[in-house]
Design a binder for this molecule. Structure first.
Ligand SMILES: [Zn+2]
Length: 546
């Protein structure tokens, strides 16, 4: 016996079996019960969601020997003929292959005659939008004045291509994508009947592959069963259907939220090594992030989510660890990455960069929260010095300017008198001969007495040789006399280099003072209550003192 594909074997034969289209079946049942059945129906919706099956079921409910009834008996000759597709009163026309006007003319002629042995003559036209214009015009004549024994059921995936003159004469039903949970339940039912065991994870992958189409999901299931037989394992399904392993996606998001970059690089490697499409992985990640976004904003019970029970559980747990801002920023990064991947051959690198970027996002603290924290801090009894300061009247919540802090460094220790004389003299020279002053700043004032200044320089330095030249000696003599009020001779000596008692040159002293001042500022800043408080609030560290 030849193998009957699951989609045909398990085609729904009653409205009860037709899943995910309850809004359609309920209306149809009500119409049948109340005897107000339209003469033309238009079933629209994506492929594989049950339009043709519904048309056949509707034909059976209308013509069943025990009817009209809300559910066909599926046992009477009429029902059986329709199921087998050889009823003389139910015509199935494929619009895609019968788009010629001749077929519709034939249909129009046929309409005149009463049904052979049923209540109605029923014309089911699949892919009705494919009919040619002249065929539509021929059809319209019949639709305008339909004989009471005629019913039309049109099905289409593209209702916008059906002429308005036809649309306006039909009762329209929009079929929806089948929700994942319902799809899984139906697939599980079928597998149980077929006595095949499969994990929830694998079954979810199969159901998802159909993307809302029962026929496509059943085709995927056929493929899996043909490959795996009755022993279906998850890795086989993953590789067969070419889907991304969900555990990889979940680990990726966990690592991003934990700000842990190392595992992320390994995940990218696994994705690449397993031969997955990296861009597809990126998109799946976007999808999972969107789920987080929805759970965060509208809650986990929303029907905006199309998830299996297990997926919902996992995603809800994940959402508890994340915050809305982080998710939004991650989605932005991933969307940008996806767009970049379209034009790049470095998809792996792009994914790696996106992963690192997401895992190292700086935490965002909303401005109003910062203000609240600062206010709480100001009124805190632990910080009396801060609380004592009057609040600035012009204080604006959005202002980023921090309160002024005045940090005074410790005053430098007083210099000995003779050094002060030398410093004063160099400062005086600076006003007259700046270049000369720069040379003097590098000298160490070894001895300063009434009549002589002994200035030391390391041997072999430029200053040492230059300042001994008569020209410079003359300048120094004139300047010292002007400054001190009497002649002072200036002796240039060379330093031995090992003398630890050598006084510091002005240049060395400046450096020492600068670093002393810096550390004084640091100490003062670190111990300042406002700085301490800021560190406590923001949990950061001081990176620069200015
Ligand atoms: Zn029947």
């Amino acid at each position: 016996m030849s193998y009957l594909v699951l989609a045909r074997k398990w085609r729904p034969q009653t409205f009860h079996d037709l899943i995910g289209q309850e809004h359609v079946t309920l209306t149809l049942k009500n119409a049948i019960e109340s005897g107000r059945v339209a003469h033309a129906f238009l079933f629209t919706g994506a492929r594989g969601v049950g339009k043709t099956s519904s048309a056949r079921i509707l034909a059976k409910t209308l013509n069943c020997e025990k009817g009209p009834t809300t559910e066909p008996c599926n046992e009477c000759p009429v029902c059986r003929e329709i199921t087998e597709g050889n009823s003389v009163d139910v015509f199935e026309i494929d619009g895609a292959s019968n788009n010629g006007v001749d077929e519709i003319r034939e249909l129009r002629d046929n309409v005149k005659y009463l049904p052979a042995h049923s209540r109605y003559k029923i014309f089911i036209i699949d892919e009705v939008h494919m009919l040619s214009n002249s065929a539509f015009n021929a059809l319209l004549k019949t639709l305008e004045e339909p004989p009471p024994h005629i019913k039309f059921i049109f099905a289409t995936t593209e209702p916008h291509k059906v002429p308005i003159t036809i649309l306006s004469r039909c009762q329209r039903f929009d079929f929806k994508r089948i929700p994942l949970a319902k799809m899984i339940a139906r697939l599980r039912f079928i597998l149980d009947q077929e006595k095949v065991s499969m994990s929830d994870t694998a079954l979810t992958m199969v159901a998802r592959k159909g993307d809302g189409s029962m026929r496509d999901s059943l085709s995927a299931l056929d493929q899996v069963l043909a490959f795996c037989g009755e022993e279906v394992d998850d890795p086989a399904v993953i590789s067969l259907l070419g889907v991304v392993d969900r555990t990889l996606l979940l680990s990726a998001i966990n690592a991003i939220l934990a700000r842990d970059t190392a595992p992320l690089m390994n995940i990218v490697k696994t994705v690449d090594d397993s031969g997955y499409n990296i861009r597809q992985f990126c998109r799946e990640l976007i999808d999972l992030m969107r789920t987080q976004l929805l759970i965060k904003t509208v809650g986990s019970t929303t029907d905006l989510l199309d998830l299996s029970d297990k997926e919902l559980e996992e995603s809800t747990a994940l959402a508890e660890k994340s915050d809305l801002q982080t998710i939004q920023r991650c989605i932005s990064i991933l969307l940008k990455t996806d767009a970049e991947m379209a034009h790049s051959s470095f998809t792996r690198l792009l994914l790696e960069m996106a992963m690192i970027k997401m895992a190292t996002l700086a935490p965002v603290i909303p401005v109003h929260e910062l203000i609240e924290r600062l206010k709480a801090l100001e009124s805190s009894p632990r910080q009396p010095s801060v609380a004592a300061e009057p609040a600035s009247p012009g204080y604006k919540p959005a202002a980023r300017k921090a309160p002024e802090t005045h940090i005074t460094p410790a005053a430098p220790p007083e210099a000995p008198p003779q050094t002060r004389d030398w410093q004063g003299f160099v400062a005086f020279v600076k006003t007259r001969k700046p270049m000369l002053a720069t040379k003097l700043e590098k000298g160490s004032p070894i001895k300063v007495s009434e009549g002589t200044l002994h200035i030391g320089y390391p041997k072999d330095t430029l200053e040492f040789s230059m300042l001994q030249e008569p020209d410079y000696q003359k300048q120094l003599g004139d300047l010292s006399e002007s400054f001190f009020g009497h002649p002072v001779s200036i002796k240039i000596l060379h330093l031995s280099g090992s003398n630890g008692d050598t006084p510091l040159s002005i240049a060395e002293k400046k450096n020492a003072d600068a670093s002393k001042r810096e550390s004084a500022v640091k100490d003062a800043a670190d111990s300042h209550p406002l700085v301490k408080a800021a560190l406590e609030v923001f949990g950061g560290e001081v990176v620069a003192y200015r």
